[in-house]
Design a protein around this ligand. Sequence first.
Ligand SMILES: [Zn+2]
Length: 234
Amino acid sequence: MKETRFDQIRDEAYKGNMQLPELGLVLFTFGNVSAVDRDAGVFAIKPSGVPYKELSPDKMVVVDFEGKTVDGTLRPSSDTLTHAVLYKNWKEIGGIVHTHSTYATAWAQTQTDIPILGTTHADHVTVDIPCAPPMDDSMIKGNYEHETGFQIINCLRDRKLSYTEVEMILVGNHAPFTWGKTMNKAVYNSAVLEAIAQMAFITKQVNPGASRLKDSLIKKHYERKHGPDSYYGQ
Ligand SMILES: [Zn+2]
């Protein structure tokens, strides 16, 4: 295999994608992970429609922030433009993950935010996990995957949430997207989101009236992670 300057992001994207089936977050070819090279202004992403067991680092497609293929022979994932929009607008992210993991996707299909019900949730995100409303018909008729990126960005902006604080979202009637400073953090967030979604679902089954975590506990968990005296790390 010839060496290219994109070997590092190809390798990262490959490793990230291979974690999705291991973590039980994908079926068949669902899902995609990308990893960015900020200096080169490109990211590597899974090719479209290739089963996980047939993936290899050299099959990862390198594209720019307009979604144009820079290096690679396969067609990039159909969600590539969504990744491109997020990398272009959010300068501090290093990786993005999209899955159709069962519980997070089920919440997305109900167009409901995942309420903050416990400390597992609060250790990662101190607000309800936002569910972006389904896009307008004009956006659906336009460049759909490109618009999905803006659907995500607009949802956080409208709710005055920072992408560096809230690294996960549900896209209404579709499925989750997660991101992070690194590809590994983005994959981690994807697994955490699925766990939070499952716990919230069961909690509401056991007691539909279960109340949100009280503010003092949310604040405590926020501060132990972010405050001057932060000490969180299991
Ligand atoms: Zn999808």
